[in-house]
Design a protein around this ligand. Structure first.
Ligand code: GDP
Ligand code: MG
Length: 169
């Protein structure tokens, strides 16, 4: 994909969640199809990647913003919420704290999707599937379990949010 890849419509999507849940790995998996395993490199500040996906016959450019979840970076993040149309990867850990942030800073009709990552680690997972499903139901948002390591559901999660963004646009 070139820098000038054709698209019909563009949306900005934020990846939000606590540190080390796998936001950067999910983005790398989606963009490059690879797993950034091994060393944990903390994202400093904010970085973004573009990727064009097809929904029906429309080319949708997702401008995906990777954020640092650490408390000390939150003030940096706030400015980026305002013009984001979508928030993917609301990892379940501290989901409510993130939801409060979105409600405070994001657009009113923002699209939210809850993701539980590291589904490949079933046994040692911090948050169980049922908890994720329950939370998502309670707050009326879609829930998906992903793995940046195996790639399971990563593309589907981004496609799902692209679809919803298109639907609401
Ligand atoms: P971030 O702080 O949310 O950006 O988290 P990172 O993407 O840097 O990932 C934190 C750590 O979790 C790294 O050591 C990754 O290799 C690991 N990790 C990320 N996603 C997965 C996953 O789906 N499965 C497994 N097993 N490890 C993962
Ligand atoms: Mg990161």
């Amino acid at each position: 994909a070139s820098i000038n890849e054709y698209y019909d419509i563009a949306f900005k999507v934020m990846l939000l969640g606590d540190s080390a849940v796998g936001k950067t790995c999910i983005l790398v998996r989606f963009k490059d199809g690879a797993f950034l395993g091994g060393n944990f490199i903390a994202t400093v500040g904010i970085d973004f990647r573009n990727k064009v996906v097809s929904v029906d016959n429309l080319k949708i450019k997702l401008q995906i913003w990777d954020t640092a979840g650490q408390e000390r970076f939150r003030s940096v993040t706030h400015a980026y919420y305002r013009d984001a149309q979508g928030n993917l990867c609301f990892f379940i850990l501290h989901f409510l704290a993130w939801l409060t942030e979105i409600h405070e800073y994001a657009q009113k009709n923002v699209v939210i999707m809850l993701l539980g990552n590291k589904s490949d680690m079933a046994a040692e997972r911090v948050v169980k599937t049922e908890e994720g499903e329950k939370l998502a139901k309670e707050y009326g948002v879609p829930f998906m379990e992903t793995s940046a390591k195996t790639g399971v559901n990563v593309e589907l999660a981004f496609l799902a949010i692209a679809k919803e963004l298109k639907h609401r646009a």
